[in-house]
Design a protein around this ligand. Structure first.
Ligand code: ATP
Ligand code: MG
Length: 334
């Protein structure tokens, strides 16, 4: 267990702004009792996320705690630790803890290769994002009457950052598989941050040898039709992005309306007013939501199209200015 102790960073939970005292011996019980007692940043199907403060650096981070049932739980850290991109949540480190917090450390020593300790919780230390996700952003925009042009501009800026992150993920031969507004956050400066790589998988498929995948569900609402089957590729992320872009742009007032309109949008049927106001976007969304994955554009091609659209909507902006905007900021903070 000593080896594991060395891996524990000096992290204390931020608790009502009060500084916790630093212990020179990081202990498992110290983490757990405090994690249990504070309000989490978020809770999803796979884990809980907490706001923590690292004592040595006096910096705040997010720590996600995932129960490790099998080696698949590790894929999130394995993927995240290889990704460095301004539109993807930053990864710092990870460690594991078992559930027997009161156990005697000598009793579960790592020294025996034959009987390794049962480690059941994976802690992932990440960049701390704002508490409001893109889901909140959409909800907020739907609650007020904005000028179409303003929402259009904001949506485009966000979409450009998402597609830039997706292009990067795909360039690393990975598929996110669970793109949805609740998994997209904002950094302290308002920049988009794609998170939740819990379903990430390798995109090692080619046309001759399509890869058979175990059937793991993402979020049905945003899921490409073929994702319900076992053979699919990175284009499932493009389908989800098409729906996200639609939701960014189009005001949906009630949950019922959202369910109905989404069902149609998944079949490339959009509200009839959409192409009148958002001609270019409608064409892009239509291509992203093609039933046939091969007909959906690559993220790199979409990025170019969105840049062109940004240029059309803002002809006075120079290309350089546009890149700066799309790479680092949304037009408005949450
Ligand atoms: P689900 O399976 O429901 O999509 P999950 O269990 O895999 O979720 P995450 O989506 O990673 O967990 O996180 C759950 C929530 O925690 C997010 O929706 C977000 O509100 C919050 N959260 C996650 N990561 C961070 C972070 N780095 N900074 C701030 N908040 C975060
Ligand atoms: Mg999630």
């Amino acid at each position: 267990m000593h080896i594991l102790y060395l891996l524990y960073p000096q992290v204390a939970v931020e608790n009502e702004g009060r500084a916790d005292s630093v212990s020179s011996t990081p202990t498992k019980s110290r983490f757990t009792s405090k994690f249990d007692s504070i309000k989490s940043l978020g809770k999803g199907a796979f884990g809980r996320v907490y706001k923590v403060r690292e004592i040595l650096r006096n910096k705040k981070y997010a720590v996600k705690i995932v129960r490790v049932k099998n080696k698949k739980a590790l894929r999130e850290v394995r993927a995240l630790s290889d990704l460095r991109h301004h539109s993807i949540v930053g990864y710092y480190t990870c460690w594991m803890e078992d559930t027997g917090y009161m156990q005697n450390s000598s009793a579960d020593s790592c020294s025996s290769q034959e009987s390794p300790p049962i480690l059941e919780f994976l802690y992932i230390q990440m960049e701390l994002c704002g508490s409001k996700t893109l889901k909140h952003w959409i909800k907020q925009r739907n609650a007020k009457t904005l000028q179409d042009s303003q929402r259009r501009q904001e949506s485009l800026t966000i979409a450009q950052q998402i597609v830039s992150g997706v292009e990067y993920i795909h360039s690393k031969v990975l598929i996110h598989r669970d793109l949805k507004p609740a998994n997209i956050m904002f950094g302290p400066d308002g920049a988009v941050k794609i998170g939740d790589f819990g379903l990430v998988t390798a995109d090692d498929v080619d046309d001759e040898n399509p890869m058979e995948r175990t059937n793991e569900t993402g979020t049905f609402f945003y899921m490409a039709p073929e994702q319900l089957e076992t053979i699919y590729d990175r284009k499932v992320d493009i389908f989800a992005f098409g729906l996200i872009y639609f939701e960014l742009l189009w005001k949906l007032s009630t949950g019922h309306e959202r369910a109905e309109v989404f069902k149609d949008a998944r079949n490339q049927k959009f509200p009839k007013e959409l192409p009148l106001t958002f001609t270019q976007e409608e064409q892009l969304m239509r291509s992203m939501l093609c039933k046939e994955p091969k007909q959906r554009p690559e993220a790199s091609a979409l990025k170019v199209e969105l840049e062109k659209l940004a240029h059309t909507l803002n002809p006075l902006k120079t290309k350089h200015q546009q890149n700066v905007t799309s790479d680092s900021h949304t037009s408005r903070r949450l």
